[in-house]
Design a protein around this ligand. Structure first.
Ligand code: PHE
Length: 394
């Protein structure tokens, strides 16, 4: 009799705890996601993912491609039933490739939209402006494309889907020294961008250690359109190649102006050259030039070919590296949320650390600094078209 009573008390106690628990979890996930509406079950509301990229401004083609990559990945997950049984929704912000705009975008996504994770941004200076905000808020972030090493050094919530510039600069220097047989190089770079200054430095270091000579090393302020002063100094020093690790608008103009000044050798660049606008700006001046990149649509890998086909059908143009990295980065983040079994920031961060993902830009597993170790491709521009030259493994 006594036992029965104790049992009944226990059962009712348990019921109270369970009820209370539901109310509590209901509340907490509502504050965490705050997707609006209160009568609905939390589970049926979409999971909000922040996306940042420059769709206007001086890096607009990067943003357009990246955003299309984000969207395509998201749509594929939703077509398969979403993540954790819920739909996923992109809340997108344009940072115009401006670090102040990027900081505002990250704050808005986190504080106003209450996104559970952020995919972005694209340029290294913008990711460096956003990363401390994500880190402080405990919101996991993955940049698809920012290659400057400092980005992931911001903290343990910050990841990237691309290789880093010490590798990219080394690949370029080796290619220039060994394949192009250059012994003298001139470098021209934007001093106002973390990506450009970093890549110029990493190239210089490796080229010199191979025995090459940097005959001129010329910086220019952000926003420059007339490069004659820097190019004259460089060309006077008689380099075999010019290394231009900048964004496409600058690279196109630099190539054009270098040709006008009489330079006929190859101009070599980094992933920043990957834009349909490069040839529009540079025209014939960028033919027979080379750049390092993350991805080539000409890869024979069946996974890449399927992606290229589907993307081209959807958007009416072939994917560039930014589209491919945007697609991989979004897939990695959604896979991590699925693996975490939760939209809790700390749990997603832990799941990201353990990711093992076969993407269209290669195999992605993070090292202890949250950078993937991946190969690079060399692209040559011929008749205004990108042609694949070779793949270089780390
Ligand atoms: N790597 C560049 C940066 O860090 C961004 C970029 C990636 C541009 C890929 C073009 C292609 O700023």
């Amino acid at each position: 009799m006594k036992r029965r009573k104790t049992f009944a008390v226990l059962v009712s106690l348990l019921l109270v705890v369970a009820l209370f628990g539901t109310v509590l979890t209901g509340c907490s996930s509502k504050t965490a996601n705050n997707n609006g509406g209160s009568a609905q079950k939390t589970e049926s509301k979409p999971i909000l993912i922040g996306g940042v990229a420059p769709v206007t401004g001086p890096a607009a083609t990067y943003g357009k491609s990246t955003k299309q990559g984000y969207e395509m990945a998201l749509e594929e997950w939703n077509a398969k039933g979403g993540v954790l049984g819920r739909k996923v929704k992109l809340v997108f912000e344009d940072d115009k490739a401006d670090p102040t705009e990027a900081a505002n975008a990250f704050s808005k996504l986190i504080n106003d939209n209450h996104v559970v994770a952020i995919v972005g941004s694209v340029t290294s200076s913008c990711s460096l402006a956003g990363a401390p905000i994500a880190q402080r808020a405990g919101v996991p972030m993955i940049t698809p494309t920012s290659t400057n090493p400092k980005v992931t050094q911001v903290g343990d919530y910050i990841f990237r889907a691309c290789f880093i510039d010490p590798f990219q600069g080394t690949v370029a220097a080796k290619f220039v020294f060994n394949n192009l047989k250059a012994r003298k190089a001139g470098v021209i770079y934007d001093i106002g961008q973390d990506y450009n200054t970093g890549l110029a430095e990493f190239f210089k270091k490796e080229f010199e250690s191979l025995g090459g000579k940097i005959v001129a090393y010329e910086g220019y302020p952000d926003g420059t359109t007339d490069f004659n002063t820097q190019l004259t100094k460089i060309i006077d020093a008689k380099p075999d190649v010019i290394y231009s690790p900048n964004y496409y608008n600058d690279d196109g103009l630099i190539a054009k102006q270098a040709r006008t000044l009489g330079f006929t050798g190859p101009i070599v660049g980094g992933d920043g050259w990957d834009s349909p606008d490069l040839f529009k700006i540079g025209g014939d001046a960028v033919n027979n030039c080379y750049f390092t990149n993350h991805f080539s649509k000409d890869s024979k890998d069946p996974k890449v070919q399927a992606f290229v086909k589907k993307y081209t059908e959807k958007y009416g143009e072939a994917p560039d590296a930014l589209a491919a990295l945007g697609y991989d980065a979004m897939n990695i983040m959604l896979t991590a949320i699925q693996n975490a079994g939760s939209t809790d920031g700390a749990k997603i961060k832990d799941a990201l650390k353990n990711i093992d993902y076969q993407g269209v830009t290669g195999h992605i597993k993070f090292d202890k600094d949250r950078n993937p170790v991946k190969s690079a491709v060399i692209i040559k521009i011929e008749n205004g078209k990108q042609t694949y030259v070779t793949t270089i493994n780390p």
